[in-house]
Design a protein around this ligand. Structure first.
Ligand SMILES: Cc1cc2nc3c(=O)[nH]c(=O)nc-3n(C[C@H](O)[C@H](O)[C@H](O)COP(=O)(O)O)c2cc1C
Length: 272
C-alpha cells in the first residue's frame, strides 16, 4: 500500500475491512483528508483565491442550468460579528477573514420573468425551492473542495438559519432569496486540535438494487466502536448515537429552525 494513502483512508473509516483503495486520484485523496476548520490565521484571503473558489462553485452541475443560487462575501468585521451573534455566537465566524453566505436565489429568475412580462408560476411550488437548496449545496461543496485544494480551510454554518429574518435584514436579501447556510473561509491555524472525523461504514450507506434497513444496526454498532476511539482522542465523552438523538430530539433541538417554513414564506419562497 502506498504510504500516503493509508492514513487518509484509515482516518476516514478506521475500518479494518477498508484499508486500501485500488482506484484513487488527487481529488479523492483531498476529499479523504477533509476536516472542518474552526480556527483561522488572521491572514487575508486574496481576491484571486476567492475568484478561483467561486469558479469552482459555478462549475457544479445545476438543475436545468437555472443557477438558482448566489453567494454573499462578508469581510467587514462588524458585519461578521453581527452575523456570528445571529448564528449561535460561534467564535470562528468572527475569527475567519471571510464569511461566505450561500443563498437560494429565485429573485434573479423572477426579475428576468418580470423584464419579459412572462409568467413564472412554477417558482410558487416547493419543487423550485428544493432546486435552489440542492443547487446551492452542490455549488458550496465544490467551493469547499477548491478552497481546501488551495490550502484554505472551511466550515459550513447551518446556524445561519437560526435567525433567518435578521440575517436577511443584515444582508438586505430581496424576496426570493434565502440564506441556506454560511461558510467560514481562511487559512487554517494548524495548532487547532481537530482531526479527520470517521464516517459510517460503507455498508450503512450503500444499498444494492433495493434498500436494506435491517443491516443498519450492525453497521452503526461497528461505527460506534470506531468513533469511541476518535472521541477519546478528542477528549469528547458523548457517543455518536447520543449526539444524533440529542440533535433530533424535538423542535427545541432545532434552535429556532423549527420556524423555517414561516421564514421561507416571509422571504417569498413557496412551500406548496
Ligand atoms: C450544512 C452544514 C451545516 C453545518 N453547520 C455547522 C455549524 O453551524 N457549526 C459548526 O461548528 N459546524 C457545522 N457544520 C460542520 C459539521 O459539524 C461537520 O461537517 C461534521 O461534524 C463532520 O465533520 P468534518 O466536516 O470535520 O468531517 C455544518 C456542516 C454542514 C454540511
Amino acid at each position: 500500500m502506498n504510504e500516503s494513502e493509508k492514513p487518509a483512508l484509515w482516518d476516514r473509516y478506521r475500518d479494518p475491512d477498508l484499508t486500501e483503495l485500488s482506484s484513487r486520484s488527487e481529488v479523492i485523496d483531498l476529499q479523504l483528508r477533509h476536516r472542518s476548520v474552526r480556527a483561522y490565521l488572521p491572514d487575508p484571503v486574496p481576491d484571486q483565491l476567492l475568484t478561483a473558489v467561486v469558479a469552482a462553485a459555478q462549475s457544479a452541475s445545476t438543475t436545468s442550468n437555472l443557477q438558482a443560487w448566489s453567494v454573499v462575501v462578508v469581510r467587514d468585521d462588524a458585519r461578521k460579528a453581527r452575523l456570528a451573534g445571529l448564528a449561535g455566537g460561534q467564535a470562528f465566524i468572527e475569527q475567519a477573514p471571510v464569511l461566505l453566505v450561500w443563498l437560494v436565489d429565485l429573485a434573479r429568475l423572477r426579475r428576468l420573468a418580470d423584464d419579459h412580462g412572462a409568467p413564472l408560476a412554477a417558482t410558487d411550488y416547493l419543487e423550485t425551492t428544493i432546486i435552489g437548496f440542492v443547487d446551492v449545496g452542490l455549488a458550496a461543496q465544490n467551493a469547499a473542495l477548491a478552497a481546501e485544494s488551495l490550502g484554505l480551510g472551511v466550515v459550513f454554518i447551518g446556524a445561519m438559519r437560526d435567525n433567518p429574518e435578521a440575517v436577511a435584514d443584515e444582508l438586505r436579501l430581496p424576496p426570493g432569496t434565502f440564506a441556506a447556510f454560511g461558510m467560514s473561509l481562511g487559512f487554517p491555524d494548524l495548532t487547532e486540535s481537530a482531526a479527520v472525523k470517521p464516517r459510517l461504514p460503507q455498508a450503512a450507506v450503500v444499498h444494492h438494487e433495493t434498500y436494506d434497513l435491517d443491516k443498519q444496526p450492525a453497521a452503526v454498532a461497528a461505527y460506534e466502536e470506531r468513533m469511541a476511539s476518535f472521541y477519546a482522542e478528542q477528549e469528547l465523552a458523548v457517543s455518536w448515537t447520543q449526539r444524533v438523538l440529542n440533535r433530533l430530539a424535538g423542535p427545541q433541538s432545532l434552535k429556532g429552525r423549527d420556524r423555517i417554513r414561516e421564514a421561507l414564506t416571509a422571504q417569498g419562497l413557496p412551500s406548496r
